[in-house]
Design a protein. Structure first.
Length: 264
């Protein structure tokens, strides 16, 4: 009888631990994330805005690496950025990101979305068509953390699937997008944590570029952070070894894009 009681207690504890583990909203994707963290207590609270994180396919994920290309900086970087968005603006941002499948219509619920390492993305015809509808209906995408000309070319292949006529232009600090929330005087490269104390050059991407793709009306629909790593500035904002000046720049850039996306 005593053994049965012990077994029942062990079973109950296992059930409680399993239930506690499964309360994490994006548990099913954690194996694809670079830096998964526990959910905040109010994780399921709905805000007026939820940050969309695009989950796309990359051929590089076939090798069964530690995490997927779309999941770089996730989800710690997203969570820190969201918390700062709530503290530094009047936006009622939901406490966690929403992982958006490109095969889902859910993308239309997120006017501001991010996609990381898009130098390795691969879009189907249906996904490209959905992203075009997203942009045509006012959606905004920030892309980050891709480097060198090969990755740029791969990214533009996807963009030309979406908009065959897409052309990327260089942005300057004087562009209105950098004066929606802050008054930016100078654009500063945000390096990845792995190169921040060295050359700040990652995968051969020597020159940083702030670029954009606009819709026919001149509105920016894709803000492009090329040869830099804004996401690391978010992810390591609480790391004493990562310079504060770069985290500040990453936060200011992300918030400028978010406010622009919601007001233009």
């Amino acid at each position: 009888m005593r053994n049965i009681g012990v077994l029942l207690l062990a079973g109950l504890l296992a059930t409680l631990l399993t239930a506690q583990y499964q309360t994490r909203v994006w548990q099913r994707y954690e194996g694809e994330m670079q830096d998964p963290v526990d959910d905040p207590p109010d994780a399921r609270r709905k805000g007026e805005l939820a940050l969309g994180r695009l989950r796309y396919y990359s051929p590089l994920d076939r090798g069964g690496g530690r995490y997927a290309r779309w999941g770089i900086d996730a989800n710690k970087g997203d969570r820190l950025f969201i918390s700062l968005m709530s503290r530094l603006t009047r936006l009622d941002a939901g406490p966690i990101e929403t992982i958006v499948e490109l095969d889902s219509e859910e993308i239309f619920e997120h006017p501001f979305s991010i996609a990381i390492s898009v130098g390795d993305w691969e879009l189907s015809r249906a996904q490209a068509a959905r992203l075009r509808r997203y942009f045509d209906q006012g959606g905004f995408l920030m892309v980050d953390d891709f480097h060198n000309e090969r990755e740029w070319a791969r990214f533009m292949v996807g963009m030309h699937q979406i908009y065959p006529e897409a052309q990327a232009e260089e942005l300057q600090a004087s562009d209105p997008i950098y004066h929606t929330l802050f008054d930016t005087k100078k654009l500063t490269r945000v390096p990845g944590q792995n190169v921040v104390h060295g050359s700040q050059i990652e995968r051969g991407g020597e020159v940083p570029h702030w670029r954009a793709i606009r819709d026919p009306k001149g509105h920016i629909v894709v803000a492009i952070c090329f040869n830099m790593d804004i996401g690391d500035g978010w992810e390591f904002a609480d790391d004493p070894d990562y310079p504060e000046m770069y985290s500040q720049e990453a936060i200011r850039t992300g918030l400028s894009y978010a406010i622009y996306a919601l007001t233009h």
